[in-house]
Unconditional design. Structure first.
Length: 367
């Protein structure tokens, strides 16, 4: 079986390399990764990768101009495949959809954060195209139930909902094997001490200001509380806020070895993002036995029922966050154990097998 992956974000995220390197060992895998003429993609030399310089950086302002250039480059390669997998609805799905109309090659499309929160939400003239791409796909992959629900409820016409939902599957991203090779659990004895941890880029979307409000207005009176923050911060106002707070320890950007060591002394991972496709950091924290606080309706929501590995919250409600932290502390040791055990769901090998099953189900249907 031959699968061609169309992946314009390949150069920006290691998760694609984790997936494609495993898939390439199971079937014939080609990754078509378009990029601008000016981009430096020299570090990327995987055997399965086709690097395609086919547009100018300024073309991104004009959707059809840019992606018609990308499709032209793709079509000129005369690549033959059993299945195409487009790794976004719009940027990559448009290429797969055009090729399907020309050749009949079936395709899968994955729905990501930019599809929902940029294209469907803000670029209204492209919504009809997005629905056509989804309508003609053999399967639609969501990273979470939360994003599947949001897309169906907000952007899919009533007369198309059932058909699109019927061919939708949820397959989460995986986490680096480093985290799963040595999982951990915590035994919490001193319930008065609370060491929160945040790992991620410190920006407006990650909602660190709300965590500060939570500590000041709800937690300081009940706990001996501290907050560890790991991640780059390019926002001067936010940086000033966090370095001035005596209960915040700012570590800056750090590698996974540093973070894993830090996790040994942390109690709860908190990141109430305003928007989030999936959030690998939640699963990484889980692998080290740390319960998680995440945002309702965003990527990690509905991965597990509330109370199993943590809680989903309204990203602006400090009262709800405080209530959920109290619930976690009341069930801490058992929840820590569940986090470590259930983090194995995010093993890339298992996720690769799920994709393989999906590919074969489509191939067998079209034979």
């Amino acid at each position: 079986m031959k699968v061609i992956h169309i992946c314009s974000y390949y150069y920006g995220s290691k998760l694609y390399q984790n997936l494609f390197s495993r898939l390439s060992k199971k079937n014939e895998t080609i990754v078509f990764a378009p990029h601008s003429y000016a981009a430096d993609v020299s570090p990327f030399n995987q055997d399965y990768l086709i690097k395609a310089a086919c547009f100018k950086a300024r073309d991104r302002l004009f959707f059809y101009k840019k992606y018609n250039k990308v499709y032209k480059a793709f079509a000129q390669m005369n690549l033959d495949a059993d299945i195409l997998h487009a790794h976004t609805v719009f940027s990559n799905g448009y290429i797969a959809y055009k090729h399907y109309l020309k050749t009949g090659t079936p395709y899968i499309v994955t729905v990501r954060n930019t599809d929902i929160n940029t294209f469907f939400k803000r670029i209204i003239y492209l919504r009809k195209l997005g629905i056509q791409i989804l309508n003609h796909a053999e399967k639609i992959v969501f990273l979470s139930e939360a994003y599947k629900t949001r897309l169906l409820d907000m952007y899919i016409p009533t007369n198309k909902k059932s058909a699109i939902e019927a061919k939708s599957v949820v397959i989460p991203n995986g986490i680096d094997a480093y985290w799963l090779a040595d999982t951990n659990t915590h035994i919490k004895r001193d319930l008065r001490k609370l060491n929160l941890v945040f790992v991620g880029e410190v920006n407006k979307n990650k909602n660190v200001k709300t965590i500060v409000k939570l500590i000041e207005m709800e937690l300081k009176s009940k706990f001996d509380v501290s907050l560890q923050i790991v991640g780059r911060c390019n926002n001067k106002a936010l940086l000033k806020l966090i370095v001035e707070k005596p209960y915040i320890i700012y570590h800056g950007k750090q590698d996974k070895e540093y973070i894993k060591t830090l996790y040994k002394d942390c109690d709860i991972f908190i990141m109430p993002s305003i928007s989030e496709t999936f959030g690998l950091v939640y699963a990484e924290a889980m692998s080290q036995g740390i319960p998680v606080i995440y945002s309702k309706g965003e990527g990690f929501d509905q991965q597990f029922p509330d109370g199993v590995v943590g809680y989903g919250v309204n990203c602006y409600s400090i009262e709800q966050m405080a209530e959920c932290i109290n619930k976690i502390m009341a069930d801490y040791n058992a929840m820590s154990q569940r986090c470590a055990t259930l983090s194995k769901r995010y093993d890339w090998d298992k996720i690769t097998d799920t994709y393989e099953d999906l590919f074969f189900s489509i191939k067998n249907k079209t034979v």
